[in-house]
Design a protein around this ligand. Structure first.
Ligand SMILES: Nc1ncnc2c1ncn2[C@@H]1O[C@H](COP(=O)(O)OP(=O)(O)OP(=O)(O)O)[C@@H](O)[C@H]1O
Ligand SMILES: [Mg+2]
Length: 374
């Protein structure tokens, strides 16, 4: 098996501590204290290492969020835990049942919303949910109510008797999420559940998932929305090239890895309606706070990153208050580093999987110039 690991990012001390705890603690005591235990789980697709010896534990009633760029290995991790993909090595326990020998029991306790909807186009939403309710062992007298409740909470009532094949992308996601929740499983795995959902539906789903968690269930979620992870996840890991690089609550990650402040300035308009130049403001800030980076500047919005943790918030406010008239700043906002900034600071190290290119030929037969001629 190939061990070429371009773009390997060092794992943070929290990830190492988690790895050490899982590898040195007695397996039985881990299985009783944690709802999910993942131990050195690894997956190769041919000689491409998609998931690299990850370790993590998730307590009951936790919402665990897996973040990472496209291709980081999130879905592969999910699929190993749900039995869709066989791990190359390592193991995991869900409620003390291991995925190598007790997958049937694991699956009985688990609801899964896959990244890509696996619906039967000719069945209606109601028929689909009824079928899954029966498959999951909901008692016949309860099936109708369970299905109606799910259609209601997922805001699908008006589409209930339409064929799934005619559903919009967002409504298909709602139905796939409803399938994952059927039968009130102990574990709910949701791979990008809100992709394509409108903002109202997204927030409704957040409420539902918060209630599911409050009722004692353990959730595992991937999302490309940092807002969603902030709102839902109690524990987050960021994955880069198949490895976990940092781990903790959203606030912990912001405190530990967030650098300084974000300053967003909205410039005044000049008399002819155009925005005034941002150059004098940029020069001022870069001189007053040498760690300043200009993140974005267009349409009168200027976005700065003041990277120095030792600069106090008061000092930045003071500087802005005393100069905003002079530099024609209409208004401004200063805030702590966001989860998105933490995410970007880690994921900029992700490299595309060079292992897929062998001897100048792309294994996937894509015929692309970039792959085959680089
Ligand atoms: N069946 C497969 N065969 C070969 N390679 C695969 C297979 N499935 C995934 N991969 C590769 O493994 C890597 C991880 O893929 P995965 O789908 O787990 O990423 P992801 O983090 O879920 O990405 P996204 O955010 O785009 O969903 C990618 O480089 C992908 O091309
Ligand atoms: Mg994925």
């Amino acid at each position: 098996l190939g061990e070429s690991r371009p773009g390997v990012v060092d794992e943070d001390s929290d990830v190492q501590a988690e790895r050490d705890r899982i590898n040195t603690t007695d397996a039985n005591s881990l299985k009783t204290s944690d709802s999910i235990v993942v131990k050195n789980l690894k997956k190769y697709y041919d000689n491409f290492l998609a998931v690299d010896e990850i370790c993590v534990s998730v307590a009951q009633q936790e919402c665990f969020g897996l973040l990472g760029q496209n291709g980081a290995g999130k879905t592969t991790t999910f699929k190993m835990l749900t039995g869709d993909v066989i791990p190359t090595s390592g193991n995991a326990w869900l409620d003390s049942h291991d995925i190598k020998h007790e997958m049937k029991t694991v699956q009985r306790n688990l609801g899964y919303c896959p990244q890509f909807d696996a619906l039967i186009d000719q069945m209606t939403g109601r028929e689909t949910l009824t079928m899954f309710a029966r498959l999951r062992g909901v008692s016949e007298s309860q099936v109708k109510n369970v299905v109606v409740d799910l259609l209601d909470i997922m805001m699908l009532r008006q589409y209930a008797d339409k064929e799934c094949g005619t559903y919009s992308g967002g409504n298909k996601r709602k139905l796939s999420t409803a399938i994952a929740l059927i039968g009130d499983p102990q574990f709910v795995f949701l791979d990008e559940p809100t992709t394509g959902m409108d903002p109202g539906a997204r927030r409704q789903l957040w409420n539902v998932l918060s209630q599911v968690r409050a009722s004692g269930r353990t959730l595992v979620l991937t999302s490309h929305s940092m807002e969603e992870c902030d709102a839902l996840c109690t524990k987050i890991v960021i994955m880069v090239n198949g490895r976990f690089v940092c781990c903790g609550s959203s606030q912990h990650l912001k405190n530990k890895f967030g650098q300084g402040y974000t300053l967003i300035c909205n410039m005044k308009n000049s008399e002819d309606g155009s925005h005034v130049s941002t150059e004098p403001l940029k020069q001022f800030l870069c001189t007053a706070f040498p760690s300043t980076k200009i993140f974005d500047d267009h349409q009168g919005y200027c976005h700065f990153q003041i990277m120095d943790k030792n600069v106090s918030l008061g000092k930045v406010f003071g500087a802005m208050e005393s100069t905003k008239q002079k530099y024609n700043v209409e208004d401004y906002a200063i805030h702590q580093a966001t989860l998105e900034q933490v995410f970007l600071s880690f994921t900029r190290n992700q490299v595309s999987p060079k292992e897929e290119v062998q001897d100048g030929m792309c294994k996937q037969m894509c015929c692309c110039v970039l792959c085959c001629c680089s």
